[in-house]
Write a protein that binds this ligand. Sequence first.
Ligand code: FAD
Length: 462
Amino acid sequence: MPEVETDYLVVGAGATGMAFVDTLVAESDVDVVMIDRRHRPGGHWLDAYPFVRLHQPSAYYGVNSRVLGNDRVDDSGPNAGFYERSTAAEICDYYNRVLQEHLLASGRVRFFPMSDYRGTDAGGHHFVSRLTGTETTVTARRKLVDATYVESSIPSRHTPMFEIDPGVHVIPPNTLVDLDEPATGFTIIGAGKTAMDTCNWLLDAGVDPDLICWIRPRDGWFFNRAFMQPLDLVASYMQLQARWVESAAACDDATDFVHRLEADGAMIRIDPKVEPGVFRGATLSLLELGALRRIENVVRLGRVRRIETNLILFDDTSLATDAQQIYVDCTAEGLRPVSPRPVFETDRITPQYVTIGIAPWSAATIAAVEASDQDDARKNELCPTVAFTGETPSLLTIARAGMVGLMARSAEPELREWTERCRLNPARGAESHLDDPKVQEAFTSLAANIGPSMQNLERILA
Ligand SMILES: Cc1cc2nc3c(=O)[nH]c(=O)nc-3n(C[C@H](O)[C@H](O)[C@H](O)COP(=O)(O)OP(=O)(O)OC[C@H]3O[C@@H](n4cnc5c(N)ncnc54)[C@H](O)[C@@H]3O)c2cc1C
């Protein structure tokens, strides 16, 4: 049985594992073994639907050591005026290059693809090749890093939670591009980012909005993409920070919090008449929002339980349909709720969100903290988990954890300096834009409201 020795065994080479390893090897001189059950790095992006793009700018996605894309502002198309957003193919190519040209080339990282982690015992950690069945034992001198804990749930690898009668045409968004016959209509099932991408793709491809039925059990809150812009447009992101903290200082509850952000234009919802119950940190532009509002056949009858040839069954009711409909299953959760656990434990690191909704920045931050000379208790103080439940009320716990972590890390000069130069930090470089009145205003507002916002959140959450 092959045996391998290393400092860190990292399980999972998705965005989380890659950002973690990239920063860890940059900030220390350790040796790392990475494994993934997929055939190359990139995680869920390798199986994503073909029309997916990042919902945030590429400028702060990926790993710290290498730019993703060209940091270009698009001058035409649906993303005009905003920083470019990579496709899944671009992201996968990027991660492959990071692995080949940077991590493996460093001589301090080894990668075992097609390898399933099987757990640990007194002999060490074990993984098994999915191709040969060979079991390898790993001795991790320092820690196991479980970079699978916030693993995404995606349509192509997800089994719908509803029953499907024979002959009913239910597909993941991935196979929409393979259809060779027109449908009588498209029924989109799901309320999240995937459903929105699918509706927008169908509309862009010329499908009449009246041919789209959108089953949306619950509506969601989304960040307005105009407020998520970095680099030369960082004033927008700083405005979001300022409005976020002001709302946290003044709100009575999570609904009030998000309504204040909506009034500022920072948060948006598709139907202003419906109170959303869901928040998963997704981003939408006003142009996309306008397109989605053209779909009027929105079904809010709860969760689908079964689809028959001519009938969709919900918990308490049913809806007539026709045999030629194409149903697109967009019910995979994407960002799954997970039970938070300490990021740093004796033999283990469990990367989770420690920033609001940005997986690579969170993972790189955790690696930078790991590379610092502190004990696990202090490291956990620097990295409180920002736990997404998917529910709107979690906005306040997310807001509090995000601020506590940010303030703790800012108080450590070396971490503060690392954060300021980290390309995964959307606020990077804001201090060099102080000549912009919007950036100045944001800093003044943040200084005035950070204390009151913490007090108010403590009061409400108590
Ligand atoms: C469509 C979509 C768009 C998104 N857009 C954004 C965005 O714009 N910005 C953003 O910040 N986030 C976005 N997200 C959130 C997303 O979750 C993160 O960006 C990120 O890609 C998640 O990476 P991950 O490494 O945590 O998980 P994954 O990409 O799921 O990677 C986990 C890896 O672990 C491996 N693995 C799991 N179990 C084992 C095992 N036992 N043994 C070996 N390997 C194992 C898997 O094969 C996989 O490669 C998006 C998510 C989706 C689904």
